[in-house]
Design a protein around this ligand. Structure first.
Ligand code: ADE
Length: 246
């Protein structure tokens, strides 16, 4: 999968994404991540890419032309027009469902704004998806694009060590992950639950499912509305509610 990031701070995104699991996937050729410096597409020799806002107002706005040229450069290079994601608090809030949807694309372009934003006209021409990573305002789109690329990349086949591992984690099927333990068996007087030491796989699976359900009910009950629950799951949740166990 190919990610193209249009930014004024290419080193920021490349440093962040060349580490750990995503960095390894890049080395293995599963992912290709390119940061394109919008400044390289400035028309003037000073590399200026921003200017004052018509109608007044504080701060500078990124101009349309350099961004459009950078976008055209990518499209010409790869011979197609991929989806363009503009990172903005005005967008749809990114979640696991969006990560799954975007991970099916072969190419994605991320457009990172800075300063007070971007001239509306270039957004109208190239942006296909307006995405936010939450209801707060950051200084630019670089961190949001890194967040999205991380979440999307781990869904690309082969990026995670065990292909199945992302499937059983938090938010798969809208349930939170069950608690996990490693050695030692006892730490600070706290013992690993007996069932996990029993070697009885059916009981372990049952315990994990119940812990996922319990955790979701306690911490993110809103997720349960969209979870795929069996009759047995519903019965267990009902028993928790009745016993006031949460
Ligand atoms: N740019 C600034 N704040 C943002 C946010 N919360 N999400 C996406 N892009 C942003």
């Amino acid at each position: 999968m190919n990610f193209y990031i249009l930014t004024l701070f290419p080193e920021m995104v490349m440093q962040g994404l060349n580490t750990s699991i995503i960095g390894r996937a890049v080395k293995n050729g599963l992912l290709n991540i390119e940061a394109i410096n919008i400044r390289d597409f400035a028309q003037n020799k000073h590399g200026q890419v921003d200017d004052y806002t018509y109608g007044g107002g504080a701060g500078l706005l990124m101009q349309a032309a350099p961004i459009y040229r950078a976008y055209e450069h990518i499209c010409e290079k790869i011979g197609k027009k991929p989806r363009v994601i503009y990172l903005t608090p005005q967008g749809d809030v990114f979640n696991q469902g969006y990560a799954e949807e975007f991970s099916k694309e072969e190419d994605l372009i991320f457009l990172c704004g800075h300063y007070e934003g971007i001239d509306e006209r270039v957004l109208e021409e190239i942006v296909t998806d307006y995405m936010s990573i939450g209801d707060y305002v950051l200084t630019g789109g670089e961190l949001p694009s890194m967040v999205m690329i991380d979440a999307i990349s781990r869904l690309v086949p082969g990026v995670l060590n065990k292909q199945a591992s992302h499937e059983i984690e938090s938010f798969h099927d809208n349930l939170l992950e069950y608690p996990q333990y490693t050695r030692p068996e006892e730490w600070h007087g706290k013992k690993v639950p007996d069932v996990l030491l029993s070697g009885h796989h059916v009981n372990i699976e049952k315990w994990r499912r119940e812990q996922s359900l319990k955790r979701t009910l306690e911490r993110r009950p809103d997720l349960l509305e969209n979870a795929n629950l069996t009759k047995q799951d519903k019965k267990y949740l009902q028993s928790l509610k009745e016993s006031d166990n949460i």
